[in-house]
Design a protein around this ligand. Structure first.
Ligand SMILES: Cc1ncc(COP(=O)(O)O)c(C=O)c1O
Length: 395
């Protein structure tokens, strides 16, 4: 199997790493390139940040645009998806009584950003409850659409949910929302590198995606895609020189978003490297990376469900990407003293068995599940180790 692929990552050999989903993991060759870029920057900071960085950013953006099916002019680099969500919400103006729709599967940080934006303007957050387990993508669409009213202004939705690892029926949701005159802000933190993207075709108003998760770029590489008709007047979270720049050779959107104060641009500049390195690890390139991670995730789900005695998958195969959710048997024994906010089983899996995998209460405690990731470096032995550890801990 693909154990040799693990050699491309500097992951701790003593850990069974089944949580690519939280923070990704960057291959050594990409980090090497980042170190070279940093050395170049520090050798002459003014030359690099003052003169060389702009064409380098343009080149990185062009590479990223081709990968996510976008026009490079519509992409702004972001340090992370959280910043992307906050940027959009800080730019929007709502009226008292306006409704901002999201789902009960929304990522907590993004939901917080929505709550804060609404509270400041007297708008109301409406949360659509999704069925769980999920019988079909249509059931998700129906649950969301049922909450749309004439006052709905925006839908905030994860492309791939964090807690439940669901690949949402995004195209259908965006289309149906637009039919009702509602724009969509997609939190695509897990999208790039997990599922094929065609952002221009999708037509969502805003899509923010991380490159430091499934695309395997260094930490701090993300983007915000803003549909052309919505770019005018859009401000970054941090206003800098672009606001009154006399330049006319590039759009205000680009001038404003490309410079938000001194920072390390090397994560962005490494996006094309990550695309080349990871896409080069298998003969079929990125389509194969995504398809094989998905196959691995589905195989892991079948295997773990069998070992845990669960006969029904929590969502259809069509809603699975490179992560799967597996329900833990109810009443599974846990250590009595809960450490911090982590589930005791989560902690014991790591402390006693060196298995890194998140355990989350869902839909609410005491029901819990595991979210298991599949990346090129994972092998069947990793999932067997998880199965053995669970058997020992849940016995
Ligand atoms: C759905 C979703 N949105 C946003 C984020 C936040 O990503 P970041 O910390 O890179 O902003 C995550 C992280 O796991 C996520 O799963």
């Amino acid at each position: 199997m693909s154990a040799p692929l693990r050699a491309h990552w500097g992951l701790d050999p003593k850990v069974v790493f089944l949580n690519h989903g939280s923070f990704g993991a960057c291959p050594t060759a990409v980090l090497q390139h980042q170190s070279e870029l940093r050395a170049r920057l520090e050798a002459e900071p003014v030359r690099f940040l003052g003169r060389e960085v702009e064409p380098l950013l343009d080149e990185a953006r062009t590479g990223l645009a081709a990968f996510v099916g976008a026009d490079a002019d519509d992409l702004a680099f972001m340090p992370n998806a959280t910043s992307g969500v906050n940027t959009v919400l800080r730019n929007l103006r709502f009226q008292p009584g306006d409704e901002l729709l999201t789902t009960d599967n929304e990522y907590n940080a993004s939901k917080n950003a929505l709550d804060v934006a609404c509270a400041g303007m007297g708008a109301k957050v409406v949360v659509a409850k999704l069925p769980w387990p999920v019988p079909s993508p249509d059931a998700v669409v129906d649950a969301v659409m049922a909450q749309v009213t004439p006052r709905t202004r925006l839908l905030l939705i994860d492309h791939i949910t964090s807690q439940t690892a669901l690949v949402m029926p995004l195209a259908e949701l965006v289309r149906r929302m637009r039919e009702r005159g509602v724009e969509t802000l997609v939190d695509g933190a897990h999208g790039p590198g997990m599922v094929p993207l065609a952002l221009q075709e999708l037509g969502a108003a805003y899509y923010t995606g991380n490159c430091h998760k499934w695309l395997c770029a260094p930490k701090g590489a993300a983007f915000l895609h803003v549909r052309k008709d919505l770019q005018a007047g859009m401000k970054p979270l941090v206003v800098s020189h672009g606001h009154n720049s006399p330049r006319t050779d590039r759009s205000r959107f680009r001038l404003e978003f490309d410079w938000t104060g001194t920072h390390d641009p090397t994560p962005f500049l490494c996006i094309p490297t990550a695309l080349r390195v990871v896409g080069g690890l298998v003969p079929g390139g990125w389509p194969e990376v995504m398809a094989s991670n998905r196959d691995k995730a589905l195989t892991a789900r079948r295997y773990l469900n069998t070992r845990l005695g669960q006969d029904t998958p929590l969502c259809p195969d069509t809603m699975v990407g490179s992560m799967v959710c597996v329900a833990l048997p109810e009443g599974a024994p846990v250590r009595p003293e809960p450490p911090l906010y982590l589930d005791p089983l989560h902690v014991r899996l790591f402390e006693e068995h060196r298995v890194e995998v998140p355990v989350t209460p869902w839909p609410k405690a005491p029901q819990r599940h595991l979210r298991v990731s599949a990346q090129l470096y994972n092998t069947p032995a990793d999932y067997e180790a998880l199965g053995d550890a669970l058997e020992a801990l849940l016995r």
